[in-house]
Design a binder for this molecule. Sequence first.
Ligand code: GDP
Ligand code: MN
Length: 398
Amino acid sequence: MNIHEYQSKAIMKEYGIHVPEGYPAFTVEEAVANAKRLDTPVVVVKAQIHAGGRGEAGGVKLAHSLEEVRKYAKDLLGSILVTRQTGPQGKKVNRLLIEAGAHIKKEYYISFLVDRESRGVVMMASECGGMSIEDVAAEKPEAILKEYIDPAIGLADFQANRMAYALHMEPAVVRKAATFMKYLYKLFVDKDCSLAECNPLVVTEENEVLVLDAKLNFDDSTLTRHPDIMALRDITEEDPKEREAAAEGLNYVNLGGDVACMVNGAGLAMATVDIIKENGGDPANFLDVGGDSTPEKIVAAFKIMLEGSQAHSILINIFGGINKCDVIATGIVEAAAELSGGKEEFPIPVIVRLEGRNVEMGREILHKANIKNLFPAADMDEGAKTAIRLAKEQREGK
Ligand code: GDP
Ligand code: MN
């Protein structure tokens, strides 16, 4: 789970980490009142969305007067911010952070994340702060420094010091920076984070170590033991389709491609996404309908896949076990009827591979229904190839 920058900063503050004084605002009046309360020559007006890249997209503004705060707050609140992380549809700005401006001497990047390869936590840092770390990793990988942390030992003092020196920090700053690293590591572990990132972390003209941008991600499976974190969830920031799917008991993740898929079982769903990729296609989603599929659930799954979607074909890959192929087939027939107003056709090609329990009954049901735009496939490979070919034809308007 993701939370907002101002929420991340509030948690960091509890751990003794220095963050600028700041307050969230939901309205223009609140933004101005917060700026008044700060009473600093420069006030930073920051859009709060669950995505980075706000600075270059115009979502971070420096205001030098209350009038400017009012103007920027007005411009930003309710606007759609398109950043390199939001996708082309952007994200609506519903909240702002009104923060005291800092005297930046130098910007750094620093983060902690779970590292599967070393089975521990890795601390990453760079002197190339304030810019997209993905660009740094691609263009100048040697500028990213790493310390591998054994979770049984934790972040050792010498590691924190070594990192601060490697970042060429002045001796007067090294101790403060190392202390900051220890505090952030403690937060990371206590709160079951999957990522804790500061970009930029800055050293100010006053030689303070200050977090200017903060991002915390949490391991979803640990949230039951963190009700305080759970309370920070902002569902307006989450993909509406993923939310809708979760409410239907479906496990759906948007992947952005144009070959949609509907599968029973997470493992088979992953294999299906893989086989589409393997054959040169672009999966639109991951969708696991689970092991207790009713026809209603299948209909709901179709609606979610088709709604406002970029999909040009749908590959249904079912291995009947707990699920029975005849139940799935009935769901497919019902979906066709419901989606076409009783005409029994699909708006885009649907390729069906059925195997396992009650497969003969399932095939019979589909065959009898004689649905337009429905194509049976003998196996996964053929199904994927057909789905990709038909998506391409659909795309090119054939
Ligand atoms: P992001 O673009 O979404 O990562 O948003 P950031 O919070 O990182 O802001 C982008 C940039 O705005 C930073 O890299 C800073 O250079 C600048 N910035 C943010 N806060 C302040 C501030 O308090 N004072 C000044 N002068 N610049 C700031
Ligand atoms: Mn940033």
